[in-house]
Design a protein around this ligand. Structure first.
Ligand code: NAP
Length: 314
């Protein structure tokens, strides 16, 4: 099959389209013919070698975590899916391996693709939307009436977070630049803060949750904005995190929490429900064919994507 691989860590030019063996299916896995994937910053961070000490470097590496496609084979223990099902999910394999014509993932990471979504729209959702859900619901314990600030509100994770804050009937303060004003207007947060004109850290409100999607701040720079018992959530742990956790012991119950998203198909079932009620959607910035994967990585690394960058396969 055709896949985008890297044979060494480095820049986007290291991504090459080559022929590789088909992925091997284990008993609990579903094999899909890939139709679309998406770019997540972790893909190019792995490509640059940032995770080489934790993930290793057994080249050739196929990157990509988000997958949408058609089931072509199932392991003997798979119960939920059958050949011909159209599914999507965040692959659980090391490095993901979604930038390819065929991919495998545990049955537990997939859900059926809603009919109303294209494969491109479906591939936009798993990693980023589940990150937003797990941050707000599991780490932030979001409640109706909470005041929630999303720093990086137009990003892949951020634009899903803004929608979830509203689904949980909390008040949403969305921080982004004017570049994404049109999308932000469509998402209708309670307050839009253009970070090129205003520093949100000078606001007088107190927040129950600050989700620092962009990772430009820390618990220490935001703690004055937290209400009593408020939670600062980051998906980009900083080297001084342990010190920040110690400081939080002396801040009237204010907390700092980190997140490492987990792939869970049952969460996509919940998201499917919101999609069917027109309460949740993916915003697609650009679509690149697999052959242009290096351009897609370059674009993502520039750091100004609006919603998701999609890879169309086949
Ligand atoms: N730990 C985990 O499990 C996990 C999971 C998912 C993601 N992450 C991490 O979370 C981060 C965000 O991921 P993503 O997919 O949302 O990234 P992304 O879509 O690539 O982020 C791009 C967005 O960041 C915004 N941005 C850049 N600088 C900003 C600033 N100073 N203030 C506010 N917004 C700013 C940009 O808006 P402007 O154009 O307005 O600057 C753009 O919309 C990444 O570092 C990723 O690796 C971690």
């Amino acid at each position: 099959m055709k896949a985008a691989v890297i044979n060494e860590f480095g820049g986007p030019e290291k991504l090459q389209i080559v022929e590789v063996p088909n992925p091997v299916l284990s008993d609990k896995d579903v094999k899909i013919k890939m139709k679309a994937s998406s770019i997540n910053p972790v893909d190019w961070k792995i490509r640059k070698g940032f995770h080489k000490y934790t993930l290793g470097s057994n080249f050739p590496i196929i990157l990509g975590f988000d997958a949408a496609g058609e089931v072509v084979d199932t392991g003997k223990d798979v119960k939920k899916f059958k050949k011909g099902d159209l599914v999507y999910g965040r692959l659980d394999k090391k490095f993901g391996k979604a930038y390819a014509e065929y991919a495998v993932g545990a049955e537990s990471v997939f859900a059926l693709k809603p009919e109303k979504l294209s494969f491109e729209e479906a591939a936009a959702i798993p990693l980023a939307a589940q990150t937003a859900l797990q941050a707000l619901r599991d780490k932030g314990k979001i409640q109706k009436g909470h005041k929630v600030l999303i720093n990086g509100a137009a990003s892949g994770v951020g634009h899903f977070a803004v929608q979830l804050v509203q689904l949980f009937k909390a008040d949403c303060y969305a921080v982004s630049s004017f570049r994404h004003k049109k999308l932000i207007d469509e998402l209708k947060p309670d307050v839009f803060i253009d970070y090129t004109k205003e520093n949100f850290k000078n606001r007088s409100e107190k927040f129950d949750i600050i989700f620092d999607v962009a990772g430009t701040e820390t618990f220490l720079t935001c703690k004055h904005l937290l209400a009593r018992g408020g939670i600062y959530i980051t998906s980009l742990p900083k080297p001084k995190l342990i010190y920040h956790k110690l400081v939080s012991l002396f801040t009237a119950g204010k907390k700092v929490k980190t997140l490492l998203m987990k792939p869970r198909g049952y969460e996509l079932d919940q998201i499917n429900q919101w999609i069917s009620e027109n309460k949740f959607r993916a915003h697609i910035d650009k679509v690149f064919p697999l052959e242009k994967i290096a351009d897609a990585h370059t674009y993502s690394q520039e750091g100004h994507a609006e919603g998701k960058i999609i890879i169309k396969i086949g």
